[in-house]
Design a protein around this ligand. Structure first.
Ligand SMILES: NC(=O)c1ccc[n+]([C@@H]2O[C@H](COP(=O)([O-])OP(=O)(O)OC[C@H]3O[C@@H](n4cnc5c(N)ncnc54)[C@H](O)[C@@H]3O)[C@@H](O)[C@H]2O)c1
Length: 436
């Protein structure tokens, strides 16, 4: 099939490369000229495991191309995916300007029947808005499909190639058949392709993300209660996880969820439910708990160094991990941001290290913090280390080397990476989340 993907970000680039990998002819469109120029030279704008190799291979085979020219891309394609951003608006709603803008541009470029697929995460009812926007711009026939994407950053290629399920919201059989055909190569292991109405498809994505966010906030509160009673959240988590009705995934306490999806999607459900006069109380609480949890390490800092605006004046604090989760360079809504802001507000000198997100962080914090080239370097003269992202390379560090580099051997671990007894036996002052 001939496919155009509008929007070449974390989702669009993976979708384009994976469809090319199964033999389709794919053209990826973006309005960011620098991005397109870079991609044409084989420069991948984001860090995502396995993506570079996939893009390069399919580009070399001429199945994957990059362009700024949406018009030609639409003319050459049978199916057009819209995978542009839907950032959070000021009132918490999903901002649809890019999706509707792209839909209008696609419509104006159409010369015959096209299937337009919404891949972006959009509120219930958006497929109807997309349909209307297209109808106003063209007299050609078309189908709109809602096809929410469930990939996880850090494992995006794998998730797309081997999805748990594919969800298709459709209004006609022709588009449904074509989409099922397109996805067949990815579902040979038996993953279901679920065809449904568009509002249900749109809600699937929000329901999944909101459920995962709820588990995280729930466990963070359990961890906070553990701290009050001297209980160990690891024990509680493991016991709860063995219950088959609950299962082990997404039960790890930490410093709150971030990223481009959970925060905005939770708030978007709250908002579009409120628009229909329904108050989604559980998700209001999930979001409030998460905002508080992002401050949790700072409370521990205050408990250790004293409260006050300049409580960390003259102190150096190391931070390991900036990305909102491991295996990505993405810092959108990352807990590291409010944590570093809090440290700076208390007068600390902040020394950070992240294997992939350093350049992204530089765009946020500029020269207000220092960026270490490797993990131990960030510890030089530090009065404490805060662990914010659970990159694998932090799991088995050389504690003797750490101690030697630091001024004071203090670790505040926001991801529960180490065994408290073991680290304390090595002479560290060690605190984590929800463990005695
Ligand atoms: N990032 C994830 O893990 C993830 C997972 C599932 C779903 N989603 C959803 O997918 C959507 C895209 O997310 P993302 O993280 O890939 O966003 P992103 O910001 O990384 O990428 C969006 C891209 O679209 C481009 N763009 C915007 N308007 C355009 C237009 N009119 N024409 C051409 N290009 C245009 C931008 O330049 C940018 O490169 C969002 O709705 C998001 O919620 C994201």
């Amino acid at each position: 099939m001939r496919i155009a993907v509008v929007g070449t970000g974390y989702v669009g680039l993976v979708v384009g490369a994976c469809f090319a990998e199964t033999g389709n002819q794919v053209v990826c469109v973006d309005k960011d000229a620098a991005k397109v120029r870079g991609l044409r030279r084989g420069k991948i704008p984001i860090f995502e495991p396995g993506l570079e190799e996939l893009v390069k291979r399919n580009a070399a085979e001429k199945r994957l191309t990059f362009t700024l020219d949406l018009k030609t891309a639409v003319r050459q394609s049978d199916v057009i995916f819209i995978a542009v951003g839907t950032p959070m608006g000021e009132d918490g709603s999903a901002d649809l300007q890019h999706v509707l803008g792209a839909a209008r541009e696609v419509a104006r470029a159409m010369t015959a029947y096209r299937v337009i697929v919404d891949k972006s995460t959009v509120p219930v009812g958006t497929s109807e808005l997309v349909r209307e926007a297209i109808r106003r711009e063209t007299t050609h026939p078309f189908s709109v499909v809602s096809n929410p994407e469930f990939l996880k950053q850090g494992a995006a290629v794998d998730d797309f190639l081997k999805p748990d399920r594919v969800v298709l919201g459709v209004t006609d059989q022709k588009a449904a058949d074509l989409m099922v055909e397109l996805y067949r190569p990815f579902t040979r292991t038996g993953a279901p392709i679920m065809v449904m109405d568009c509002p249900s498809a749109e809600l699937c994505k929000y329901a999944a993300n909101a459920m995962l966010a709820t588990r995280i906030s729930f466990m963070n509160e359990i961890a906070n209660v553990c701290e009050l009673f001297g209980a160990d959240v690891d024990m509680v988590r493991q016991a709860v996880a063995t219950d088959k009705r609950i299962g082990p995934a997404f039960l790890f306490p930490g410093v709150g969820y971030g990223g481009s999806c959970f925060p905005k999607d939770v708030q978007a459900i709250v908002k579009f439910s409120a628009d229909k006069k329904y108050r989604f109380r559980v998700l209001e609480a999930v979001e409030a708990v998460n905002a508080a949890q992002k401050q949790r390490l700072l409370f521990k800092v205050d408990a250790m160094f004293g409260k006050g605006t300049k409580s960390l004046a003259g102190k150096a604090i190391a931070v390991w991990g900036l990305a909102f989760k491991p295996r990505t360079d993405d810092m959108r809504e990352a807990p590291a941001i409010p944590i570093i802001e809090g440290l700076l507000a208390r007068g600390a000198k902040v020394q950070v290290y992240d294997p992939e997100a350093r350049e992204v962080a530089r765009g946020i914090f500029g020269t207000s913090i220092t960026y270490a080239p490797h993990a131990y370097h960030a510890l030089t003269g530090a009065d404490a280390l805060l662990i914010v992202t659970e990159w694998n390379e932090f799991r088995e560090p050389d504690f003797a080397k750490m101690k030697k580099a630091m001024k004071r051997p203090v670790i505040l671990d926001g991801r529960n990476l180490y065994d408290p007894k073991q680290v304390r036996a090595l002479g560290f002052t060690y605190q984590s989340i929800g463990r005695p």
